[in-house]
Design a protein. Structure first.
Ligand SMILES: Cc1ncc(COP(=O)(O)O)c(C=O)c1O
Length: 386
């Protein structure tokens, strides 16, 4: 039992914060408010809600819930993970500079390089596994350091505490995309991050049935700016999708436990498999940052990449999967398997992928919560095609 005065545990927060029974009817599941506007009593007098682009009660509940899970003060939600990342970049102004990890979800550098560079923002990409690379890249006009840890799909880690110390000394904000671990296994704010991003499409929702994004804030100025951007730019999450995430997040702790258990078993199976040349998973003792993984994450999760040797080998096996679904995305209850070079990281281009070590033979798996024996049997029969 949690002691009095202690914050309730993670699973309790996930199930109860923002998820309180409806005051009017007692409904235990939060109601969805599919409304565009709210009746006002007189000019300037209303019940706290005026127009749904600005705020919506279902969205308020989700924002409270996600802030509590990440340990932030607020968590404005957006229509997708990319919309959340876009909102963070929109907080900057022409001439500002961002230091980024050199291995991010492909859509992120696509947004930075192909959209925001044209508006005068500057981006430098470095290997953030070493905090000193970040320190060296910071300039006078640097406003943000932007990292993903573990990275997608190479599963390389950034030492959040070390990079946060660099950022604090240089008065630069650290933004961490925590999509792969979810707040259940990693809480960047506790390690010094200033903002945390998620594609809620992934583990937070967990059921592959809705897009969404969130920016968890630690300061009031961030909250005000992002609330303004929700209103001004309008890329907000719909009430129905807010409700889906509220529903999904109730089982986050239980799902993550199972994802992690099965992830370790599948990684172990892949390491032993003759046809698999290399496995990228922070839970493996020979992962170069295994010690850091144990320190900054409370589990290793279920994202695993592995090397099949060639595009043709990857395709042979991916054509054969039956339980695993070949498709982009991750973090759902179902096992999803993908090919980074032609899917999530196609926008890096061949040269860009080569520079950071994403090969044509690399396959990424998001281990779901089906019976793990079935996942392994499926992978085994698919690998036999190579
Ligand atoms: C780590 C990471 N961040 C952000 C995104 C973008 O999220 P969304 O697809 O919800 O826009 C993705 C999508 O795959 C991702 O993997």
């Amino acid at each position: 039992m949690a002691k009095k005065n202690h914050l309730p545990g993670f699973a309790t927060r996930a199930i109860h914060i923002g998820q309180e029974a409806d005051e009017e009817t007692g409904a235990v599941a939060p109601p969805i408010y599919p409304t565009s506007t709210y009746a006002q009593q007189e000019i300037g007098k209303h019940k706290g809600y005026e127009y749904a682009r600005v705020s919506n009660p279902t969205r308020t509940r989700l924002e409270q819930n996600l802030a509590a899970l990440e340990g932030g003060i607020a968590a404005p939600v957006f229509s997708s993970g990319m919309a959340a990342i876009n909102a963070v970049v929109t907080m900057l102004k022409a001439g500002d500079h961002v230091v980024c990890g050199n291995n991010l979800y492909g859509g992120t550098p696509r947004l930075f390089n192909q959209v925001w560079s044209d508006f005068g923002l500057e981006f430098t990409y470095v290997d953030t596994a070493e905090a000193k690379n970040v320190e060296r890249a910071i300039r006078k006009n640097t406003q943000l350091v932007y990292v993903e840890t573990p990275t997608n799909p190479l599963m390389a880690l950034t030492d959040i505490r070390a990079v946060a110390a660099v950022c604090r000394a240089k008065k630069v904000d650290l933004v961490v995309d925590n999509t792969f671990m979810s707040p259940y296994f990693q809480r960047p704010i506790e390690l010094g991050a200033d903002m945390v991003i998620h594609s809620t499409t992934k583990f937070l929702n967990g059921h592959s049935d809705g897009l969404g994004g969130v920016v968890v804030c630690t300061r009031q100025d961030q909250v005000e700016k992002l609330a303004f951007l929700q209103k001004a730019a309008g890329a907000i999450l719909s009430p129905f999708e807010c409700w889906l995430v509220l529903r999904g997040v109730k089982t986050l702790a239980a799902r993550m436990e199972q994802h992690d258990r099965s992830g370790r078993i599948v990684a172990d199976f892949l390491v032993r498999h003759k046809k698999v040349k290399k496995v990228f998973y922070p839970g493996l003792p020979d992962h170069p940052q295994h010690e850091l993984a144990k320190r900054q994450m409370s589990g290793f999760g279920s994202m695993i990449s592995f090397e099949t040797g060639s595009l043709s080998n990857a395709n042979k096996m991916l054509r054969r999967v039956r339980i695993c679904s070949l498709g982009e995305s991750l973090g759902g209850v179902e096992t999803l398997i993908s090919h980074p070079a032609t899917m999530t990281h196609s926008s890096y281009g061949e040269k860009g992928r080569k520079a950071i070590g994403i090969t044509d033979g690399m396959v990424r798996i998001s281990v779901g919560i089906e019976d793990v024996e079935d996942i392994i049997e499926d992978l085994d029969q698919a690998l036999a095609a190579i």
